[in-house]
Write a protein that binds this ligand. Structure first.
Ligand SMILES: NC(=O)c1ccc[n+]([C@@H]2O[C@H](COP(=O)([O-])OP(=O)(O)OC[C@H]3O[C@@H](n4cnc5c(N)ncnc54)[C@H](O)[C@@H]3O)[C@@H](O)[C@H]2O)c1
Length: 246
């Protein structure tokens, strides 16, 4: 391989996605930051670490927009070695209030997007005979929290997709794994009904009794995206302070 590796990270304007972009840049990887909103800040953080950064806007749940994003990734960087499917939403609704549109939206953003983005960049990895895909799930699949039927369906779907995709692409030197954060202090959580009490409650269930931070999953994601993780695929790893144990 010549030149730096290129990672595409979705949901990269803030929160966990932004932290992953910074972590990858610190490990010598160039970054394409994709988000619904212009990821200015993330691009600046990556460039400040001496790496190339490309910021792209688009909805990763929309097939036409993903096709356009795929072309922009190819035009801007010419390659994609690593894909971190991080974009996700977590609106809460009890089943009695959960409408079909809201169900479809969560499945679409959290799960369809991972399929669409993988399809858009896998040809680069196949050509290079090397690739890493890391899909973000959640440790809440192992908890008994209410009002999350749509979210848990999507995040269990991520685990199934990860297992299936790993089988199809292994022969091309591509690995696919899922990482599950715990409830963490991110802008998305700050905007949600989840309060300090809920953060403290989940933290108390963990072996390491503090709420997660966006940076807590970065080490695991960067490891799975590295050469060293070449023999690990199809796995789900909870980087969650020791709450859910698979
Ligand atoms: N924060 C937590 O407590 C927590 C816990 C477990 C899992 N997760 C998962 O981690 C991921 C990131 O969570 P976060 O808390 O950092 O979120 P966040 O809301 O802070 O940031 C998410 C980013 O994704 C972008 N985004 C949303 N929908 C998009 C779309 N359709 N296309 C492109 N970009 C889109 C948003 O604009 C935003 O910048 C999600 O998949 C989430 O389910 C988070």
């Amino acid at each position: 391989m010549t030149g730096a590796r290129v990672a595409v990270v979705t949901g990269a304007a803030r929160g966990i996605g932004q932290a992953v972009c910074v972590g990858l840049a610190e490990r010598g990887v160039d970054v394409v930051a994709v988000d619904l909103v212009e990821p200015f800040e993330t691009v600046g953080l990556v460039q400040a670490r001496g790496r190339k950064a490309l910021g792209l806007t688009g909805d990763v749940a929309d097939p036409e927009q993903v096709a356009r994003l795929g072309e922009e990734i190819t035009a801007g960087m010419g390659r994609c070695d690593i894909l971190v499917n991080n974009a996700g939403i977590y609106p809460m609704a009890n089943i009695w209030k959960l409408e079909f549109d809201a169900w479809r939206k969560v499945l679409s953003v959290n799960l369809d997007s991972q399929f669409l983005m993988a399809k858009a960049v896998l040809h680069h990895m196949r050509d290079a005979q090397w690739g890493r895909i890391v899909n973000i799930t959640s440790n809440s699949i192992g908890l008994g929290l209410p009002a999350q039927a749509h979210y848990l369906a999507s995040k269990m779907g991520v685990i199934g997709f990860t297992r299936g995709l790993a089988n199809d692409v292994a022969r091309f030197g591509i690995t696919v794994n899922a990482v599950g954060p715990t409830l963490s202090r991110t802008p998305g959580v700050a905007e949600s009904p989840i309060d300090e009490q809920a953060l403290a409650h989940v933290a108390q269930l963990q072996a390491i009794k503090r709420p997660g931070e966006a940076t807590d999953v970065v080490g695991m994601i960067c490891f799975l995206a590295s050469d060293e993780a070449a023999f690990i695929t199809g796995q789900t790893i909870m980087a969650d302070g020791g709450l859910v144990r698979l």
